[in-house]
Every structure is written in structure tokens, then in C-alpha cells.
Design a protein around this ligand. Structure first.
Ligand SMILES: [Ca+2]
Ligand SMILES: [Ca+2]
Length: 250
């Protein structure tokens, strides 16, 4: 082999090496790019993706009060059939588009018209905060309050707050809907009175810990004008409390 051929051979070999190195860099760059894409996109995929509303439905227009405690409360013992706290925000509740809180500003009557603290009208005044001065304290044992919506509506959900300054469980929580103020006929949408001590029938629903999210009950479109809520004391005392009751329908 003469020297010029040897040189040409060497140049070719260097060129091939350069092309290989160039390809290697491109492959490395591509891998880094894919890794970058994966890292930036994967949290959005793994986190709770927003749940899409079914056609014609929308999430309830809820406006929640400030939470007063976080985490799992430890001070509640000996309550049977107690629901485990979710530990994360409640998923959206979908109802037909256009539902609104029909209870806001509506008249309240009940078994204790002269509360120990506060006034019944505070139950539908829109204030849902946990502070002293924002809740109504009713007498001990079984008590009921009734909201008059002033017209008959299709009711899809109720959200109610007994108390949320500290973790509490209220007993004999029964919710009924009726078209007549005497409740001769009614539909029960929630009942956790497992021994019928409130005499509204034996319920199968869970006990639950009150939080700033309130208790949301699916009313499944039941028609009615009057909404009645019973309770029979709580794990801390025999007294009954309400901060707010919302009734969503149209
Ligand atoms: Ca209120
Ligand atoms: Ca009971």
C-alpha cells in the first residue's frame, strides 16, 4: 500500500468514527429528551386526573368553609359503624346543570324553636364557618329541624354541617323529604339511627366525623318542598348543633 492510499484509508476511518460519534450524540440527546418528556408529563398522569362531568351534568357549586382541623381525628372511640375519614378532598358530586342551593335564606322550624345558642334562621344564612357565633345549639336528645323550600323541587343533594370546630360524630342523623309539612308521607334519604331510637325507622347509613366539607347526601332527584333533619346528640354531649343546611335542586 502506498502512502497516499494509506492516508485516504485513515481519513475514511476518521470520517466513519465521526459519523458514529455524531449518531451516538443524537441517540443520547433523544434519550434525554424522552426522559425529560416522561418526567414532566408523568406527574399529571399519575395524580388524580379531574373527573369529567357526564353530559348535561355539572359539579355541585359548593363553597366550603375554612377547615378547623386536619388529619384523622383520634379522640372518637366506641362509635360503631364509623366511616373511615377519606383523607383527601371529596370528589365532585355531579347533578343536572342549573341546580342551586334552594335552602339559602328559607324559613326553618323545628322541635326546639328557642335554641340554647343562636337562632334557627342561622341554619340557612349562608355562614358555614365553625366559629362560636356561627352555630346554633339545640336542646338535648332527639331534635329535628325542617326547611321549607316554599315550592316543590327536584332535589339532587343535601350538604349539612352540624359542627366542625373539632371532630365530632352526631347520632341518629336522619334526613327526610316530603311535600307536606306534617310529613305524613316522606322519603328518607339518610338514616344512621341503627336502633330506631329516633323512631323514624332503622337506618343502615354510617356514622361519620363532621368536617368542614359537610355531609353530602345524594337525594337522587326526589321531589319535595320540606326537608327535615333529625339528630340525637353527639359523641361529646347530648346537645344538637347546626351550622348550615344546603339543599341543591331545581
Ligand atoms: Ca349558618
Ligand atoms: Ca339511635
Amino acid at each position: 500500500m502506498d502512502s497516499s492510499r494509506a492516508n485516504a484509508c485513515m481519513v475514511n476511518s476518521i470520517k466513519t468514527k465521526m459519523v458514529k460519534t455524531d449518531l451516538k450524540i443524537k441517540v443520547q440527546f433523544f434519550c434525554v429528551f424522552i426522559l425529560f418528556l416522561f418526567m414532566t408529563l408523568s406527574p399529571a398522569v399519575s395524580a388524580d386526573a379531574p373527573i369529567k362531568a357526564p353530559p348535561g351534568m355539572a359539579a355541585l357549586p359548593l363553597n366550603l368553609p375554612k377547615p378547623m382541623f386536619v388529619g384523622t381525628p383520634q379522640n372518637i372511640k366506641g362509635v360503631k359503624k364509623l366511616e373511615k375519614p377519606r383523607g383527601k378532598p371529596r370528589p365532585p358530586f355531579f347533578a343536572p346543570k342549573g341546580v342551586k342551593n334552594l335552602a339559602l335564606g328559607k324559613k326553618i322550624s323545628g322541635s326546639d324553636e328557642e335554641p340554647i345558642m343562636g337562632e334557627l334562621k342561622m341554619i340557612t344564612d349562608g355562614d358555614k364557618e365553625a366559629a362560636d357565633g356561627s352555630y346554633v345549639e339545640l336542646g338535648p336528645f332527639t331534635q329535628q329541624i325542617t326547611v321549607d323550600l316554599e315550592a316543590t323541587y327536584d332535589i339532587y343533594a343535601m350538604v349539612f354541617w352540624h359542627y366542625h370546630k373539632q371532630a365530632r360524630v352526631y347520632f341518629d342523623v336522619v334526613v327526610q323529604v316530603s311535600d307536606d309539612p306534617e310529613f305524613k308521607k316522606f322519603t328518607t334519604v339518610y338514616n344512621n339511627d341503627h336502633d330506631n331510637s329516633a323512631e323514624q325507622g332503622v337506618g343502615k347509613d354510617n356514622h361519620y366525623v363532621e368536617t368542614s366539607e359537610g355531609r353530602l347526601v345524594d337525594a337522587k332527584g326526589v321531589r319535595g318542598r320540606f326537608v327535615r333533619l333529625y339528630s340525637g346528640g353527639n359523641n361529646a354531649s347530648d346537645l344538637n348543633h347546626y351550622i348550615e343546611v344546603e339543599v341543591f335542586g331545581k
